[in-house]
Design a protein around this ligand. Sequence first.
Ligand SMILES: [Zn+2]
Length: 443
Amino acid sequence: MLGISGTATTLLLLILGATVRADEPTTEEQMAANLGMSKFLVHFSRFACPESPSTGDKAECVAYGYQPVTDAFAKNEFPPIWVPVAGVSNDTEGYQKFLSINGSVPNIAPKGVNGVPTPNLAYDAAKDPDCWWTNTQCVTPKHDGVKADIADVPEPKTLGYGFDDGPYCGHNEFYNFLTSKGQKATMFYIGSNVVDGPLQAQRAVKDGHELCVHTWAHPSMTALTNEQVFGELWYTIKAIKLVTGVTPTCWRPPRGDADDRVRFIAQSLGLDTIMWKYDSFDWEQGTNGVTPADVQNNYNKLINDAKSGVLNSRGAILLTHELSNYTMQTAVDNYPKLVEAFDYIVPVGVAYNKTNPYAETSVTQPSFAQFAAAHGGPPAPSGSASSSPKSASGSPPAPSASGVKLDNSNSTKANNHSGAVTVRLQLPATILAFVGLAMTFAV
Ligand SMILES: [Zn+2]
């Protein structure tokens, strides 16, 4: 359903963007490799990605202006996109907040510079003093006062369903699919993508998905200073709030790169850290020798574990991506198999009875019991979600997203671009590039 049209289509893309990062490979760079594109192009704008799901969705990927974002960039309220945040010293509110927590941050040295990990860093993996996930997959902190990660869900035969790296410009057909199934998920959004695709980000909240932070520029978080870690999260929270009106309370580190220092800074901003124990490696397809069959095998591992009883005491979280036509199509293809294998497929927060997924109470999501009752599966085991790291307070409100105020006036723009290209003006002039690129699709 997400195949590229067979009709030859010429698409003129105006590519605007930021300076090119010189850090380690990211999923975006992997996507570039998948597509045979240069890193340069992808880092100039995700909207340059030609792998939109369909002819209609290609139109969604034409850049457009959105006034609140334009105004915020004009006032220098955000750092350059796709560049690791340098700091927050020019942001009065952010800097005060940072100073208020910095003295309590566990004393752990950054494991790299400016988001680039130090090669062959000496680290005692046996002791794992920092609970460094990248090295040991540690999710139980070693430092006092640091909240444990969420890496699975407490409900049996339940899948915590989510997608990283969005909002993807051409995701409407995928989101339509999820909506057609009544399926909600946890979406881990990159701040740079949120300001590039504000209408796409709004759709996630309108559709009732749970929005979490996935950093501003997708760096390796343990390779940043305290202030940079803070900034990556701070500006992504701020972007999501500006565009959708809600303030996330969860995040996922790119590549899982967190340690107790990073976790502490995140929790100081009110963010739960959400990891995973099953990885589809969908982002890697086409690179490093990873084939579609390999990715399917990874999905099958989860599906078989659910069917064979491995997940009968606790459910699972699977890492997948809203990154390309391939990753979304693979999610669509596997959805019926997941439905068959699991009793419930829910946003991660639902499995933890997080009925208030945002700082604002205007948007709620069901408790697990409410979800189970509404979906007619086996009765939820009584009290089985009591291990919730953040229990719901009081009687849970009825599931509703009606309280959120979204800008619907432009929503059709994302769904139905006229094809006219709108020059985006919100980026700082010093990093603004203007490139016209004619791309011919003759699939
Ligand atoms: Zn990611």
